[in-house]
Design a protein around this ligand. Structure first.
Ligand SMILES: Cc1cc2nc3c(=O)[nH]c(=O)nc-3n(C[C@H](O)[C@H](O)[C@H](O)COP(=O)(O)OP(=O)(O)OC[C@H]3O[C@@H](n4cnc5c(N)ncnc54)[C@H](O)[C@@H]3O)c2cc1C
Length: 413
């Protein structure tokens, strides 16, 4: 028996993962009168992450979801990108308005942790969902009428729809669609983000980057609190399975790469071990021919991930959540129809958002001094008036996408 036997009942929805995608879809479902359960592996909402960009359709979604007052209150004052050498001397400055807020620094920047909190606050205001922190799904079996789910905690429940919003290494995807290797393409490097005390000499309000000899890039971005900042490390190299979930090995790799790297590399290394929100993951692309199987559907990085190199991960999770909740609310008794409509509507946006910047991780992490100088020359060329039309076309790749309206899953009054 499932709750949809009663045509007027709301579907029972399980959301796996309480990140940006999971919390956003939960919020919109609650507003449509569907109170989901959200299971999050971490013991509490995960802090961390540096500035995430809201541009184009994702900015529109944030507006339609009524999130802009919360976002405005925590919005970062980030004025552009600055490339510096080992001594901290400026090599290139790209103000955010150089590309009309569509470049490396977008019109709206907010830290990932703050955006997550804005979503959770809105959710509380909307009536809340049922959160289960510190648990995860271990088994999923579905039939024509519902999905049986077993949790690591030992409980078992039946749902009408299961949403896998559990990120790049999604367990929902693994359980229902098959192993990660079938859908993931390694893009040639790793990225790490963590909070650190702002070192003396960092220019406030600017996203500063420095390339180290040896295929490694480091960056410092502003935080909402000027006393702290967000460190970014990009390392290029072969995939190493030993790095998965082994923080000791991840930090050893960063120590090796940053040793003697100049600029604020030493300050970053000194802060990394104590960082409250150290995050490290591979740069990978996730692509699936279909985002749903029966009543199980993928959202965000779990289903479509272009890696942080695209700057579109949060945008895809937000737009995807808005569409998925909207389609479920529009066809609450027909999950298959809702999930198919979600896929058809979202595909064009995802196809554009997944495009990688030219050169990918290699362009971000030259290995030699000559390569670093050549990379800087190319970046300078990109900032010339002559190149602006081409850059604007590349950077505005998702601008043509039109968001549908969903009268049943709407913002708060
Ligand atoms: C702590 C953190 C920091 C990040 N920092 C950055 C950043 O600085 N820059 C950037 O570009 N991207 C960052 N990302 C990735 C970025 O959040 C996503 O690319 C984007 O927002 C899409 O969101 P998502 O909800 O699909 O995935 P995520 O934001 O990754 O959320 C997935 C959630 O699912 C949870 N989860 C994982 N496995 C399970 C499971 N088996 N059961 C239940 N829950 C599970 C995770 O704990 C996480 O909360 C970060 C992600 C995390 C988790």
């Amino acid at each position: 028996m499932n709750s949809l036997d009663n045509a007027t009942a709301a579907p029972r929805v399980l959301v796996c993962g309480g990140g940006i995608g999971g919390n956003a879809v939960a919020l919109q479902l609650v507003r449509a009168g569907i109170r989901p359960t959200v299971v999050e592996r971490a013991a509490a909402p995960r802090p961390g992450g540096q500035a995430v960009d809201l541009r184009g359709p994702s900015r529109d979604v944030a507006d339609r979801m009524g999130l802009m007052p919360g976002i405005d209150a925590k919005r970062l004052d980030e004025r552009g990108m600055l490339y510096v050498d080992a001594a901290g001397k400026e090599s290139l400055r790209m103000p955010a308005d150089m590309f009309d807020g569509k470049g490396g620094v977008a019109e709206i920047e907010i830290t990932r942790g703050d955006l997550n909190q804005v979503l959770l606050d809105a959710l509380t205001e909307a009536g809340g969902a049922d959160y289960r922190y510190g648990d995860r799904v271990t088994e999923i079996h579905q039939d024509a009428n519902g999905v049986d789910v077993t949790f690591a905690s030992g409980t078992a429940e039946r749902y009408d729809i299961v949403i896998g919003a559990d990120g790049l290494h999604s367990a929902t995807r693994e359980l229902v669609f098959g192993p990660e290797r079938d859908y993931s393409t390694y893009l040639g490097g790793y990225m790490s983000f963590f909070t650190m005390p702002t070192p003396a000499g960092v220019e406030p309000h600017w996203f500063s980057m420095h390339s180290l000899v040896g295929a490694t890039g480091i960056g410092i971005r502003p935080d909402a609190d000027p006393a702290t900042c967000k460190a970014l490390v990009v390392v290029r190299g072969p995939a190493d399975p030993a790095l998965r979930r082994d923080v000791g090995a991840q930090q050893r790799l960063i120590r090796e790469r940053l040793a003697g790297g100049g600029w604020h590399a030493e300050a970053m290394l000194a802060a990394m071990g104590d960082a409250p929100d150290f995050y490290f993951d591979e740069l990978a692309r996730i692509e699936l021919p279909n985002w749903s199987r029966g009543r199980v559907v993928l959202l965000g990085d779990a289903g479509y991930c272009g890696s942080p190199l695209t700057g579109q991960g949060t945008a895809m999770a937000l737009v995807g959540a808005y569409l998925l909740a909207g389609e479920i609310a529009a066809a609450p008794t027909d999950p298959c129809r809702a999930l198919a409509a979600y896929e058809t509507t979202l595909r064009p946006f995802v196809a554009a958002a997944m495009e990688l910047p030219p050169g990918g991780v290699r362009a971000m992490t030259p290995s030699t001094r000559l390569g670093i100088r050549a990379g800087m020359a190319v970046s300078r060329l990109m900032t010339t008036r002559m190149m602006k039309p081409l850059m604007m076309r590349m950077l505005g790749k998702t601008d043509g996408y039109t968001l549908p309206d969903y009268p049943r899953a709407v913002r708060s009054a």
